[in-house]
Ligand binder design. Structure first.
Ligand code: ADP
Length: 501
């Protein structure tokens, strides 16, 4: 046997793209520790994909009390220090707990005063100080750990003050040398509060409380706006959304600010973790499947879920799924308006979500009104979500606005045909079905109107009930579609190298 050269790098590393880049991800949630929506998925899946792109990634999130014990007990204490924060000189404890998993280092910022609540988000009165603290503590932790990344990649308003603190207060320290990226996952949430409170909790210089940075109107300060001013690059999670947010309708008051900064604004579409979401191995499904047996096995999953949820057990019924936060953003007023027209004796609707009372109540009402045909699961339940993705024939995502949207990507991964409004990432990821060429991945509609959603559902029903062979071909096309992070992770990597050649 030939002797091994101990100095030779493993073969796999030779194939990694060069140069290696180091990145600190800073954000407010990360699956599986804590997740309330798509941001949690991205904070988990993108770092993993970047490791394969030769990136050294550290994820920094708060150590909330609600993080399950099985993760808390694996965390290792890395150190603690005291950090000045407030205008009156009040300082706070910053603890760092660490957990290394799948090539990614997770650092949890520990402070009982801020993170002792069950949920990551409570109300703005508490959340504003919490995330002022978190943004500054994350930078201080990087210096404390003596780990200076090439790139600091911040996510949404909760981490938006990171580039601002970095330049205003960390000059001359190691972390000052890093370039910053701020990714907008949802422009609806900006971290707006009155100037006096923000001045107190940040102690940032008065000069920053002007219209170019923090000031929003006469009395308010806007944390996201400040981050957009100071970040080296702004990204958002689809090309279409990058264009939309520069218009008044989608801009949520920041459209002019984003137009001003649009030279540094890019759109990079999200992917999903195709190991976490894999119908061939998903232990939560009644029957696993791949392209070869998807059509038959999806029927098995459908029957099992119908039984579990008390729906009429019949695999020939068309099942429409809806998995969503129940808020106005998700187009639920359209869904509510048309459910009576959708339920026709051959169609079932399964809803999974929590959120606004008015939607929770209306979906409960429909479950009662159409017993056996409508099931409303008013809860947050990962396991049930997996089963609904596998068992449904089509997935409804009729959003008013949708920065990227993950439900349509997960649906396609499970061979479930998305029915979406052409906005944001929904437009970029779902190619409308073309009956003449037999191409496309789903059914789409453009204007935000209930009639157009109903029309899209009816087009889907027509294909499903009158030309099942073509429907099944679309199921297979969706299963084959690449919804992984691979190509988008490469784009992020290219951006990191562009910022730090
Ligand atoms: P958003 O981030 O706006 O909530 P996305 O489509 O980007 O929407 O991501 C939603 C994620 O949250 C998906 O992974 C979806 O499966 C999951 N999800 C939403 N509601 C629920 C729920 N009630 N139970 C389980 N998972 C849910």
């Amino acid at each position: 046997m030939a002797a091994r050269n101990p100095k030779a790098a493993p073969a796999v590393e030779e194939n990694l793209p060069q140069p290696r880049r180091s990145v600190a991800f800073i954000g407010s949630e990360c699956y599986p520790f804590v997740k309330t929506g798509g941001l949690g998925d991205v904070m988990y899946a993108l770092p993993k994909a970047l490791v394969k792109q030769n990136c050294d990634v550290r994820v920094i999130i708060p150590r909330y009390k609600c993080i399950p014990e099985k993760y808390q007990e694996k965390m290792v204490y890395r150190g603690a220090f005291s950090m000045d924060l407030c205008a009156d000189g009040k300082s706070f404890y910053v603890g760092i707990m660490e957990y290394v998993w799948d090539g990614v280092v997770y650092d949890f910022i520990d402070n009982d005063e801020f993170f002792s609540w069950g949920n990551p988000y409570t109300n703005l009165v508490d959340d504003i100080p919490k995330f002022c603290y978190f943004a500054k503590a994350s930078l201080a932790a990087l210096n404390y750990l003596n780990w200076t990344p090439d790139i600091i990649h911040c996510h949404d308003w909760q981490a938006a003050l990171v580039p601002v603190f970095q330049q205003a207060m960390f000059g001359g320290t190691p972390v000052a040398g890093a370039k910053s990226i701020l990714t907008i996952h949802n422009l609806r949430f900006q971290g707006i509060y009155n100037v006096e409170t923000l001045k107190y909790w940040t102690n940032l210089p008065d000069a920053l409380f002007d219209y170019a940075v923090l000031k929003q109107n006469w009395v308010d300060a806007n944390m996201l706006k400040a981050g957009l001013s100071y970040a080296s690059i702004i990204t958002t999670v689809s090309d279409t959304y990058a264009g939309e947010i520069q218009t008044p309708f989608y801009g949520d008051g920041l459209d002019a600010h984003l137009r001003f900064h649009n030279r540094k604004l890019r759109g990079i579409v999200n992917g999903i973790d195709v190991e976490q979401w894999n119908p061939a191995t998903d232990a939560l499904l009644s029957a696993n499947y791949s392209e070869k047996d998807a059509v038959a096995k999806k029927r098995e999953n459908k029957l099992a879920l119908q039984r579990e949820l008390g729906l009429e057990e019949n695999a020939d019924k068309m099942v429409l799924g809806l998995i969503s936060r129940l808020t106005d953003q998700k187009g639920l007023d359209l869904v509510n308006a048309i459910i009576p027209n959708v339920i026709d004796g051959n169609t079932q609707v399964i809803v999974l979500g929590t959120g606004d009372r008015k939607y929770e109540d209306s979906f409960r009402y429909y479950e009662n009104a159409y017993k056996g045909s409508v099931c409303s699961c008013i809860m947050y339940d990962e396991a049930r979500a997996h089963k609904i993705y596998a068992a449904s024939d089509a997935m409804l995502v009729p959003s008013l606005f949708e920065p990227c949207g993950l439900t349509q990507l997960i649906a396609m991964r499970y061979g479930t045909v998305p029915i979406v409004r052409e906005t944001g990432g929904l437009k970029d990821t779902v190619q409308p079905y073309n009956e003449f060429t037999n191409e496309g991945n789903g059914f789409t509609f453009d204007r935000y109107e209930q009639g157009l959603l109903l029309d899209a559902i009816n087009r889907a029903k027509t294909l499903y009930f009158t030309d099942r062979a073509r429907w099944d071909e679309m199921v297979i096309r969706d299963l084959r579609k690449d919804v992984s992070w691979d190509s988008s992770a490469k784009k992020y990597r290219d951006l990191y190298v562009e910022l730090k050649p």
